[in-house]
Design a binder for this molecule. Structure first.
Ligand SMILES: [Zn+2]
Length: 113
């Protein structure tokens, strides 16, 4: 009989074994490994909560404090998130934040009218 020692090795190479942290994309609402997603956080102008929606910035290093949201680095997911106002909901802010930085990061270009 042939020892099937390759099976264990093959299993390890597929996706993430037992997984890393999983987050939900605010655009398409699919669950995804956090490493595959973009973390965005909202930065307020220092006026405290309730005084303007603030600016959403890309947390590439995943070290920024504050409430974050997760998104596929994909223009389609970004537009879906904008359409359903997922940023406000995920980041617990009212109004539409400035997401120019996120748009530039995913290559979505200028905002559509
Ligand atoms: Zn997505």
């Amino acid at each position: 009989m042939i020892q099937r020692e390759t099976s264990a090795r093959m299993r390890r190479s597929t996706a993430h074994p037992s997984g890393g942290p999983v987050r939900t994309c605010i655009g398409c609402r699919k669950r995804e490994l956090a490493v595959e997603l973009l973390r965005v956080v909202v930065v307020t102008d220092g006026n405290g909560p309730g005084n303007g929606p603030g600016t959403v910035t890309v947390d590439a290093a995943r070290t920024l404090p504050g409430r974050g949201a997760w998104l596929h680095p994909d223009p389609q997911c970004l537009h879906a998130a904008i359409r359903r106002r997922a940023f406000g909901r995920a980041l617990r802010i009212t109004g539409s934040p400035d997401i120019t930085a996120v748009m530039e990061h995913v290559g979505a270009g200028a905002e559509a009218p």
